[in-house]
Design a protein around this ligand. Structure first.
Ligand code: N2P
Length: 357
């Protein structure tokens, strides 16, 4: 029996005897993507540790970033940014190293090798992975019976001249990546030439009569289901979870990973620079690193877990598409390259210029 389970049992015995003893007192302010927790995890953590969890939500990395720069780095204890936003947060001084090194956290050995020293956090000292997934196209299967699995469903006016569609809100680099892929420059494009070409395509798309706007991924699912839009951009697990929850409402929604390539991401846990209660954040990270808790998180959200020790505990649905991309799809998926400094500035300038036209 590992020490972690012994500690858990000791906690139960203490609670059972009615003593008001807790490992750590206090509050944990968790700032997370919406619809990204599983029922019971927070309650069980609270009763085991005595820490009260308060959760607030965002819908894009850009939203998270701007809340942190507006003082959120002193308000939240734990955040869940995506891989390619980590260097931006480190460069802006918005996050602090975890306990010395991430590997010092109990349960860190459970993490798959490929996620231990990733390029976005080479020493693994700022982040611990949470869940990973992919971004693709959601569409109405009654409108588009058998579409080519291509970004053209959104970006080619000849493929969809009339039906309302949306782009993803709050992610300039992702949007440029999708257009770069469509234009043959690869989802992981970097630099002035491909980004300028992508920016031009943003301007042309904004001009189309059936373009309705930039919509959050979770909202895009509802909008396709209700007929407001007929195609948009989503994260695979969000759609899989909705379909499982209500096949009548979401059964007519199709999903594909465009053949020109798309995004694979891993969301990670990190502690803001001036977090009021970093110890509570570390306790929660260690709790989520337990194999049974990781599996519970993955199973509820229909996302793949980076926790190797949890893989045996995940549902079969998580081992097949659309949750686990097949080999052919994995070949066309890319992590979004980390860009910083002048390159990031160029990206942001091209983006705002395209948006303001
Ligand atoms: C939460 C899904 C967020 C994942 N609903 C995006 N990286």
């Amino acid at each position: 029996m590992t020490s972690r389970y012994v500690a858990g049992l000791a906690g139960l015995v203490l609670m059972g005897s009615g003593l008001a003893v807790s490992a750590q007192e206090g509050q944990l302010n968790l700032f997370n993507w919406s619809d990204y927790m599983a029922p019971g995890i927070i309650e069980d953590f609270e009763s085991e540790t005595g820490i009260e969890v308060v959760q607030n939500y965002y819908n894009s990395n850009a939203e998270l970033f701007s809340k942190l720069t507006a003082g959120g780095d002193a308000q939240y204890d734990l955040i869940v940014p995506s891989d390619y936003f980590v260097p931006r947060l480190i460069d802006a001084g918005l996050v602090q190293p975890l306990a010395g090194e991430g590997e010092g956290l109990e349960g860190h050995d459970n993490i798959l090798e490929e996620f231990r020293r990733p390029s976005y956090d080479p020493q693994g000292d700022y982040t611990v992975p949470y869940l990973w997934g992919v971004t693709g196209v959601v569409y109405n299967t009654e409108t588009f019976a058998d579409p080519e699995p291509s970004w053209g469903l959104l970006y080619d006016p000849a493929v969809n001249p009339d039906y309302p569609f949306a782009m993803l809100k709050g992610d300039a680099q992702f949007t440029f990546g999708t257009l770069c892929a469509f234009q043959g420059n690869g989802f992981d494009c970097i630099g002035e030439a491909p980004w300028t070409e992508a920016a031009q395509a943003v301007i042309e798309t904004l001009d189309r009569d059936n373009f309705v706007g930039f919509v959050d991924a979770t909202a895009a699912i509802e909008q396709v289901a209700s007929g407001v839009i007929h195609a948009g951009i989503v994260y695979n697990g969000d759609l899989a979870a909705k379909r499982a929850e209500s096949p009548e409402t979401y059964g007519k929604l199709g999903f594909f990973i465009p053949e020109e390539g798309s995004q694979r991401w891993v969301d990670v846990m990190a502690i803001p620079a001036r977090a009021p209660n970093p110890d509570a954040a570390r306790a929660f990270i260690e709790y989520l690193l337990r194999p049974d808790v990781s599996a519970r998180l993955a199973n509820y959200n229909y996302y793949t877990t980076p926790n190797e020790a949890a893989l045996a505990l995940v549902d079969d649905t998580l081992r097949e598409p659309p949750v686990m991309p097949d080999e052919a799809a994995r070949e066309r998926l890319h992590f979004t390259p980390s860009v910083s400094g002048e390159q990031l500035q160029l990206l942001q300038e091209l983006w705002s210029e395209a948006r303001s036209r």
